[in-house]
Design a binder for this molecule. Structure first.
Ligand SMILES: C[S@@+](CC[C@H](N)C(=O)[O-])C[C@H]1O[C@@H](n2cnc3c(N)ncnc32)[C@H](O)[C@@H]1O
Length: 305
């Protein structure tokens, strides 16, 4: 079978032309994959890319000072580390908490949370990413349970988790992120929190380029068409990578519709000394507009509200 990965066309050929330098030109609005298409594209992509991703980003994600190898909670390419930011609470406050890492990839964050005394489970759609997580765990000597699951259908009991956490896991890749919000809300205990980082929605307007070309608006912020890469085979083509866009208002509505309260929205600047670009993220762009949004949400009830 001939397989050609097409990194230049997004959504449908007619809808969006990608000019090869990171610019996207949308000609139609709101074209989206089905949940099944997005799921199988993501599974295939992250399975195939797990080693390359670890090679490229492993040190950044799990090489923080004072932690075992492959063990850290880095919220975003801007370099914000939970050990410094303490968005989840002061040192010691997570001891004994039941924590779920959503779209955990190599589970660096799950292991860091375990070193804070939390009882953690990490889950991800991709067996390739989870295998990486197992390897890191063995090397670090910090082993956490890892489960293969889809964030749109969590195999966890209702009201069983104190805290759900994600650094760019699942949310940017699923067809229906409102369902993820509902599923996470379901598994949280009253008073439990869901804290997740994802691409800042305003990034959607700009070319996917860390350099000066990425400072020009190319796409309507209001166009919720998916970004899709396609694999071409002899019998046709199938989506092989997907990222989705929700405006800030969309995101707030899906959080509140799931019954969660939005306590804060953090737009982290680049931390001092951080300079390593990651894809479209760079200090150049970070000085001008945010690249990451971190949502701090809470399920009402319990002793916390
Ligand atoms: C950008 S990586 C983030 C992983 C990790 N948090 C990190 O910082 O490296 C996105 C992860 O989301 C996972 N993912 C994508 N779609 C998913 C879904 N529907 N359910 C669970 N995980 C998913 C991918 O397999 C991948 O590991």
């Amino acid at each position: 079978m001939i397989v050609v990965r097409d990194h230049h066309l997004t959504c449908t050929d007619a809808a969006i032309a990608h000019n090869g330098q990171g610019a996207r030109e949308h000609r139609a609005v709101d074209e989206r994959l089905t949940p099944e298409q997005a799921r199988s594209a993501s599974r295939e992509w992250w399975d195939d890319e797990a080693d390359a991703y670890a090679e490229e980003h492993g040190d950044f994600l799990g090489g923080g000072p004072g932690t075992p190898v492959g063990t850290d909670l880095v919220w975003c390419p801007e370099g914000l580390r939970e050990a410094d930011a303490r968005l989840l609470g002061s040192p010691g406050s997570l001891a004994g908490c039941t924590v779920l890492e959503v779209g955990c990839g190599g589970a660096q964050a799950a292991r860091w949370l375990a070193t804070e005394g939390a009882r953690v489970v990490g889950f991800d759609l991709s067996a390739g990413m989870l295998r990486r997580g197992q390897e890191y765990g063995r090397r670090a000597g910090v082993v956490v349970p890892l489960v293969q699951a889809d964030a749109m259908a969590l195999p966890f009991a209702t009201a069983s988790v104190d805290l759900a956490v994600s650094a760019f896991g699942a949310v940017p890749h699923v067809a229906d992120s409102s369902r993820v919000m509902r599923e996470v809300a379901r598994v949280l205990r009253p008073g439990g929190r869901w804290v997740f980082s994802t691409t800042h929605p305003m990034r959607w307007c700009f070319a996917d380029d860390p350099g000066p070309a990425g400072l020009t608006v190319r796409t309507s912020y209001f166009d919720r068409s998916d970004y899709v890469e396609w694999t071409h085979t002899e019998t046709g083509r199938r989506p092989s990578y997907v990222e989705t866009h929700r405006t800030l208002g969309d995101r707030v509505r899906e959080i509140t519709a799931a019954g969660l309260v939005l306590d804060d929205l953090v737009e982290p600047p680049w931390v001092e000394g951080a300079s390593q670009p990651w894809g479209q993220w760079s200090p150049l762009r970070g000085r001008l507009f945010p690249g990451t949004a971190i949502y701090l949400t809470r399920k009402p009830g319990g002793s916390a509200s």
